[in-house]
Design a protein around this ligand. Sequence first.
Ligand code: NAD
Length: 256
Amino acid sequence: MLKGKTALVTGSTSGIGLGIAKALAAQGANIVLNGFGDVDGPKAEVAALGVQVAYHGADMSKPAEIEDMVKFATKTFGSLDILVNNAGIQHVARVENFPVEKWDAIIAINMSSAFHATRLALPGMLAANWGRIINVASVHGLVGSAEKSAYVAAKHGVVGLTKVTALENATTGVTCNAICPGWVLTPLVQKQVDAKAAAQGISNAEATKQLLGEKEPSLQFTTPEELGALAVFFCSPAGNNVRGVAWNMDGGWTAQ
Ligand code: NAD
């Protein structure tokens, strides 16, 4: 379905980003990976799906590097058709104790990077009159949780950016939508499970049970594969008129 298209997925060396990159690759899209840590492993996983794969190591807190990455994606495969703004980090502390540099980093990586990549990718998509911009927000783009001020502010911002991008391009072939996962067991969440277990002197399994029980009625994690399938739907012909939604996959978290 996506043969001949190019997808750039930010923060795709791990977790949800890698899951979405693999789902798009399984539909035939060539992939540009981005993110830190091991690159060879994720590259091999995507290449095994029979598509071409490239990597750009832009730090998503740096607009000039984001610009270089968008140019690289277009130059490498001839077009940039699908942009998945996924890179993100977390820090947990009360507002009055929240380290200022963590606030700035979270706003830059989790929110402003989506603005920069979007503004740079849009002209090419509009010229082709086809494009898909998918912002990985969070349930925290829809509701708050204590001790996550920067993350919740950034994710609400991403949902706002999604709506405006969708509206400004509503009469074109370029759509923009957000995905709002509840808990997904990736390294980002494993750190929160580990911190909970350490703070309360409980096992990892008990901390996981508590984490899910506090927020997620299904008591199940959403998986990167499920989120990848939603991204594929947004890119499918049936997704043509889905514009500006913030689609939760959260086990009932925001239904409460
Ligand atoms: P993860 O830690 O597994 O992956 C994060 C990715 O972002 C990695 O590839 C990492 O290298 C990359 N990254 C971090 N800082 C970067 C930077 N400055 N520049 C470039 N890349 C950078 O986390 P994840 O859980 O897969 O999170 C992916 C996205 O999903 C994030 O935006 C997160 O907020 C969102 N999300 C996660 C959950 C969850 O429960 N895990 C829930 C809702 C939303």
